[in-house]
Design a protein around this ligand. Structure first.
Ligand code: RTP
Ligand code: MG
Length: 138
């Protein structure tokens, strides 16, 4: 089934100049970019996005990191996009992720791990409209 997912290139990867390489990998793997923008989140906006993690010990550090620099937010479309993009990203901790995945190639550590991807249809229903209006998505 043709599906959409939300992807973020996180501040560590944008700062390091990996955006182009990551976007190329997405296209090489069949993902079509339906919307894209580069933005800076406030701490409050990062907290709102990661509200599901509000009780986790890493919430404060994660939202400080996510508001520390520019990010690139994209809506991607493909058959089975949600699961396939999670596979292409690799495990949360780059040191445990499969060879060839984005997090192995471009992630620094369990927090500064280069990319975000929605983990379910319920997540995309919250995450895509968090960043994009219907008119901004092709
Ligand atoms: P994401 O939501 O960013 O796609 O990553 P994920 O599903 O693989 O991981 P999740 O459990 O949802 O965690 C969200 C982000 O929080 C940071 N994190 N830090 N210090 C830690 O133990 C820790 N654990 C997670 C990472 O940036 C992770 O991607
Ligand atoms: Mg997650």
């Amino acid at each position: 089934m043709l599906e959409k997912t939300l992807s973020i290139i996180k501040p560590d990867a944008v700062k390091a100049g990996y955006s182009g390489k990551i976007i190329a990998m997405l296209e090489e793997n069949g993902f079509v970019i339906k919307a894209m923008k580069k933005i800076n989140l406030t701490k409050k906006q990062a907290e709102g996005f990661y509200i599901v993690h509000k009780d986790r010990p890493f919430y404060d550090s994660l939202t400080t990191f996510m508001s520390s620099g520019s990010i690139i937010v994209m809506v991607l479309e493909k058959e089975n996009a949600i699961a396939d993009y999670r596979e292409l990203m690799g495990a949360t901790d780059p040191s445990c992720a499969k060879a060839g995945t984005i997090r192995v190639l471009y992630g620094k550590n369990i927090e500064e791990n280069a990319v975000h991807g929605s983990d379910s249809k319920e997540s995309t229903d919250f995450e895509i409209p968090y960043f994009f209006s219907a008119l901004e998505i092709l």
